[in-house]
Write a protein of this length. Structure first.
Lengths: 252, 237
């Protein structure tokens, strides 16, 4: 049910052990009490043990998102399912709390469920904020690059466009409108200067953890290599990008 | 403009200010004077370039005067290094100006998140009430206040729109997840001991209405009052 969280899991090293613990934790997303109400969920879980629970999936997406330099495809469906589940469990808890017949032991369990709900919410919050941070950082890049649009939810895309506009407006108002007309552009491409529209740095090294045996991947120097299941390697992000999107590796 | 210094000196001062702000983690007052002088330097550089290039204007196509053309080429070769120097200074100044403003925007966004998205609180905080926190509004340029307002509005729209289309979720994200709650540490306990630092009136919690008066202590459900901790009304103890 509840598992050990690290005090400081912002520390990069906390990643792998945390994933493993999340994965091995029994029934971590579900709780016996909830089954009496929810019905059917135990069946869903039992039929495919290898299938991760939604919360475990979220943990993986959350870690990936936190470690990847680029914005990953949003997990709207997964979040929707988790939110529904949270809503349902909160209702169940309310019902049980209101029931005067609940025993002492049950009250203790209710407290555990409530704590767990808060912690799941924490991960969801952190996941959304991580995406928001990247979206704002690369807002102007996103606004001009249609390929990224499908990775964002509609609300996120709208926010990115609005944000890009707000920043450009601010620059124009504070600086650019006072400059001579030919200096007012925000997208100059000048030799020996970094580009004016920051884009994600896909060369940034990441730690990739192979979840299955991976097909060969091409390294920047032209040679090919393969990752066995369980192997962890440090590579530039773009090398493992397609494996990450297929869910064959996880960033840790 | 500052004729004693080199081109770009002022812009360096501006960057130093940004760096100082990062190093001390404080918001410095918007340096309107310096920004304006750099913009004046930009205009000055621009007119200098124009004055230089006026003699090297490309010849008319109708006028195939070879000697004049050669002379112009010579003149152009003479002034080009100067033009290049001015041009580099212009580009650098512009980048510094933008970097300064960008840096401030990032800082303001951090501030905005750190008070839990309570923009009125951030902008109207009188110096007396916020312990040690100086008045923030006086340090902003009017455009920065505008920026914060539109940023807050954009986030509000995002929160109401977000995930409303997601499977089964009829309501927005806002109801379940408070985006502005802190994300530094996962919650460990349901309940938390708090000490009231500033009066915040009656708050409805799980245990019923509680009147938070300065100096009192309570044991309350964390999620009920988390935003009050973030905004500095309560302190964990």
């Amino acid at each position: 049910m509840s598992f050990d969280w690290d005090d400081d899991f912002n520390a990069p090293i906390a990643g792998p052990s945390f994933v493993d613990r999340a994965r091995n934790a029994p029934e971590d997303d579900d709780f016996p009490i909830a089954d009496e109400f929810g019905g059917g969920r135990a069946g869903i879980l039992a039929q495919d043990v290898a299938e991760d629970t939604p919360f475990q999936q979220l943990i993986r997406h959350w870690l990936n998102e936190r470690h990847a330099p680029d914005i990953l495809p949003g997990q709207e469906l997964l979040l929707g399912r988790l939110l529904d589940h949270i809503r349902k469990q909160s209702n169940d808890v309310e019902l049980l709390r209101a029931d005067p017949d609940s025993s002492e032991e049950e009250h203790f369990r209710i407290m555990l469920v409530q704590t767990e709900i808060e912690r799941v919410k924490f991960v969801i919050r952190s996941y959304i904020r991580t995406r928001l941070h990247k979206i704002e950082k690369y807002a102007r890049h996103i606004a001009t690059t249609p390929e990224i649009h499908e990775r964002l939810s509609k609300a996120e895309l709208d926010h990115a466009k609005r944000y890009a506009k707000t920043v450009e407006y601010h620059f124009t108002q504070s600086v650019l409108q006072s400059l001579p007309p030919e200096q007012r552009k925000l997208d100059e491409d000048v030799a020996f200067m970094p580009p004016m529209i920051p884009a994600p740095d896909k060369l940034r090294p990441v730690f990739a953890h192979a979840l299955v045996d991976c097909p060969p991947m091409r390294l920047p120097d032209g040679s090919a290599t393969e990752m066995q299941k369980g192997q962890i390697s440090l590579t530039p992000y773009h090398v493992v990008e397609h494996l990450l999107l297929r869910g064959e590796v996880a960033l840790v | 403009m500052n004729s004693a210094g080199q081109f770009g000196d002022l812009a360096t001062q501006l960057l130093t200010e940004s760096r100082r702000s990062t190093a001390t983690n404080t918001l410095l007052k918007y340096n309107d004077v310096l920004v304006r002088s750099i913009i004046r330097e930009q205009r000055d550089l621009d007119s200098r370039i124009e004055a230089l290039l006026i003699n090297t204007a490309p010849p008319d196509d109708d006028d195939p005067d070879a000697t004049l053309d050669a002379e112009k080429q010579k003149e152009s070769a003479r002034v080009m290094p100067t033009v290049l120097l001015y041009q580099t200074a212009i580009l650098r100044n512009k980048r510094c100006l933008l970097a300064y403003h960008q840096h401030r925007l990032e800082f303001l966004k951090d501030l905005y998140w750190s008070v839990g998205g309570a923009l009125p609180l951030l902008l109207s905080l009188p110096p007396a009430q916020a312990q040690g926190q100086p008045d923030i509004r006086s340090k902003l340029s009017p455009h920065e206040v505008d920026f914060l307002r539109s940023y807050a509005a954009s986030l509000l729209t995002l929160r109401t729109e977000a995930f409303s289309s997601a499977a089964g979720a009829g309501h927005g994200l806002t109801e379940d997840i408070d985006l502005f709650a802190p994300i530094a540490h996962p919650p460990k306990d349901l309940q938390v001991h708090v000490r009231v630092v500033r009066d915040c009136g009656i708050v409805y919690t799980e245990l019923g209405a509680i009147d938070f008066k300065r100096g009192h202590r309570f044991l309350v459900r964390r999620s009920d009052i988390e935003h009050l901790i973030v905004q500095g009304f309560l302190e964990e103890s």
